[in-house]
Design a binder for this molecule. Structure first.
Ligand code: NAD
Length: 461
């Protein structure tokens, strides 16, 4: 099958962008209203697609995708006018009269590539930022969440002129062909290995990119932690959406003296959330496909299951599982789990926690459960991660006030709220210098104004 040529799609968006339509506040608000309307008008249809792809319950479908996207658009609608205002900085006295401003100029035509686990959030979160910032965009949904991808391809043209937002469905050849185009910005969400491919393609045209990647998020349970609350929040973060969440707690590092009590709370919590047989729970999801099912089922052998461990390939079901006796070099500790299995390992000191984190690729999130603030502050001070949570986990992407994104192996660039607006704009410094005064002191011959130059240099910024 031949791959379509995407050059006219990009050229049409660029021509539209260069005509200047996207610059006004009114245009941006119209597009953001359209995003909101798409998700409000088609709420049930989109929840249904998420059920078919991930057996996602409506509550979590709203929280992570459908209502999330409508709310992200509403937040941008409320704030976009203030985000667009140029920043004023004081002019150094020797250059007066004049002014210094920082404009936030749209970048142009953006390519947004999504992952399958939050198939709407990961396309429309960046899209809201792109539109608020005055860009046009092409969306490439993940083919793995097939029902959501086709819903997006069907619905977007009802709300957007293709010169503003277009959808390209496809797998690797289509994405490769898209990446060969000249973009003004590439926003990618997915695995670190594909992130490297995207970054290399962007480098060919010196295109700026944001990479939202994954990794293993360490979750520390200190001896001072509120163990019951920690278990509930960790269980929610690990088992919601069948564990297919980039910010999920990947593994727990717990102080030995509270390990048994913590594990007991995890077992009680799983029963409380999903009943004696989670397979029957309407709130518990399924693994996305057979490939991931097989990968996850193989990881179950990395330890002893003290909760869960059951699987059913016909239903792509893996029970919410807690593993103990996990060796550091076991398979589950070598890759991002990205499924409903939680390895629990013991760790004995803050120094060991810090060493654990800095010895490994930088994670998207570090989560610290502790009532002792000194413990929290020390771990935060000596480690790095995209973001962090204290006494909670996995939920920080839901806060538009927080910059969201990775660092190092977990990605580059931030978005959500104002941070997304900034990611899709160029901070264009504008120096406006009046011609009313033009003292000779700045010009050669320099000997002529030697004394004045000493004074002027002191007044320079
Ligand atoms: P993936 O990297 O396999 O795919 C992501 C996108 O890239 C898809 O649209 C896919 O079609 C495309 N793609 C795949 N192979 C490609 C190639 N060779 N060339 C060009 N494009 C290609 O990731 P995934 O399996 O969809 O998602 C899981 C990963 O994403 C996990 O690592 C997870 O942690 C991460 N993730 C990160 C975030 C975040 O915000 N940081 C959010 C969700 C998921």
């Amino acid at each position: 099958m031949s791959i379509p040529d995407y050059s006219s799609l990009v050229a049409n968006q660029r021509a539209y962008f260069l005509e200047g339509h996207t610059r006004s506040l009114a245009w941006r608000k119209t597009q953001l209203e359209a995003v909101k309307a798409l998700f409000t008008d088609h709420h049930d249809e989109l929840c249904d697609a998420l059920w078919k792809d991930l057996r996602r319950n409506v509550n979590d479908a709203d929280l992570m995708d459908v209502n999330y996207c409508a709310k992200e658009a509403a937040y941008a609608l409320e704030h976009v006018e203030s985000w667009m205002k140029p920043l004023h900085e004081p002019m150094p006295v020797v250059f007066e009269p004049g002014y210094i401003r920082v404009h936030r100029d749209p970048l142009g035509v953006a390519l947004i590539i999504g992952a399958w686990n939050e198939p709407l959030m990961l396309l429309f979160g960046p899209l809201v930022a792109a539109l608020a910032a005055g860009n046009t965009a092409v969306l490439k949904p993940s083919e793995v969440a097939a029902h959501c991808a086709s819903a997006v391809a069907r619905l977007v043209p009802k709300y957007f002129d293709p010169r503003i937002v277009a959808v390209v469905e496809g797998v690797v050849p289509e994405t490769t062909a898209l990446l060969a185009q000249q973009w003004d910005m590439i926003f990618f969400t997915g695995s670190p290995s594909v992130g490297k491919i995207v970054h290399q393609a962007a480098a060919n045209n010196l295109t700026p990119c944001v990479l939202e990647l994954g990794g293993k998020n360490p979750t520390i349970v200190h001896s001072s932690a509120n163990l019951k609350v920690a278990a509930r929040r960790i269980a929610y973060g690990r088992f919601a959406n069948s564990g297919h969440i980039c910010t999920a707690p990947d593994h727990v590092l717990v102080w030995p003296q509270v390990k048994d009590e913590f594990v007991q709370h995890m077992k009680d919590t799983i029963r409380e959330f999903y009943g004696d047989d989670p397979k029957q729970s309407p709130d518990y999801g399924r693994v996305i496909n057979r490939r991931n099912f097989d990968r996850l089922a193989a990881l179950l052998g990395s330890g002893t299951a003290v909760a869960g461990g059951q699987t059913d390939p016909d239903e792509l079901y893996i029970a919410p599982t807690v593993l103990v006796d996990v060796a550091v070099d076991s398979p589950i500790m070598q890759e991002e789990v990205f499924g409903p299995i939680l390895p629990v390992l013991e760790i004995e000191s803050i120094d060991a926690v810090i060493q654990w984190i800095i010895d490994r690729p930088s994670p998207l999130g570090v989560y610290i459960f502790a009532e002792d603030d000194d413990v929290v502050n020390e771990i935060l001070a000596f480690t790095r991660s995209g973001d962090a949570e204290v006494n909670d986990c996995a939920i920080h992407p839901l806060f538009p006030e927080l910059p969201f994104g990775g660092v190092g192996n977990s990605g580059m660039g931030k978005y959500h709220g104002r941070w997304g607006f900034e990611a899709f704009t160029n901070a264009r410094g504008v120096l406006h210098h009046s011609t009313a005064i033009d003292p000779g002191v700045r010009y050669p011959p320099y000997d002529k104004h030697r004394v004045e130059r000493v004074i002027v240099n002191k007044l320079m910024p």
